[in-house]
Design a protein around this ligand. Structure first.
Ligand SMILES: [Fe+2]
Length: 182
């Protein structure tokens, strides 16, 4: 499981990025449209990891991938975090409570997207992608069951924008899917 530090802000979110995300969220569009607009915004403003996390957090942790809160919007409408993965570390198969936009800042993240099959007793791989630094992806439930793994040989760092208040929820995972993959 991830080591999370989501109840307090430990990193720094660029003000211009938070302002730009706020402007898109306040349009009041549906989740898919909001996620796509936030993805465009994030793609233009992907920060250098060294500007958002203090040096001790850039090195990751052998205990598991880590999530560090960078910004929690006061009205609860969105949150921004940074995740740090050592080679081989991965999430469980999971989905989210709201839209989510991810941007790889450093290293490689391998992502697999699944669908339920066999009466929701198993998973079927729908697609997979190898996301290098600079890749931004947008998700909006339903259809966002996925797993992310650092398949590279170096530390991977990514930025995540969620349409939820993870300072209150702890994280944005709706549920995990510990099911066989067919
Ligand atoms: Fe996720």
């Amino acid at each position: 499981m991830p080591l999370t530090s989501t109840d307090q802000v430990l990193g720094t979110c660029p003000q211009a990025l938070a302002q730009a995300v706020r402007a898109e969220v306040r349009r009041g569009l549906d989740w898919q449209q909001t996620a796509e607009l936030v993805a465009v915004t994030l793609r233009r403003r992907l920060p250098d990891p060294a500007t958002i996390l203090p040096p001790p957090l850039l090195g990751g942790d052998e205990a598991g991938y880590q999530s560090h809160l960078l910004h929690a919007e006061p009205d609860g409408s969105f949150s921004i975090s940074a995740m740090v993965w050592l080679p081989g570390q991965q999430t469980p198969v999971h989905d989210h409570v709201a839209w989510c936009v991810t941007g790889v800042l450093q290293g490689h993240e391998h992502e697999e997207i699944f669908a339920l099959t066999d009466g929701a007793r198993a998973l079927r791989l729908v697609t997979r992608s190898e996301n290098a630094a600079g890749t931004v992806s947008a998700f909006a439930p339903p259809g966002d069951i996925h797993r992310v793994r650092n398949t590279g040989t170096s530390i991977a760092i990514s930025m995540h924008v969620y349409g939820a208040d993870i300072s209150r929820l702890g994280n944005s995972i709706r549920r995990e899917y510990p099911l066989p993959i067919r």
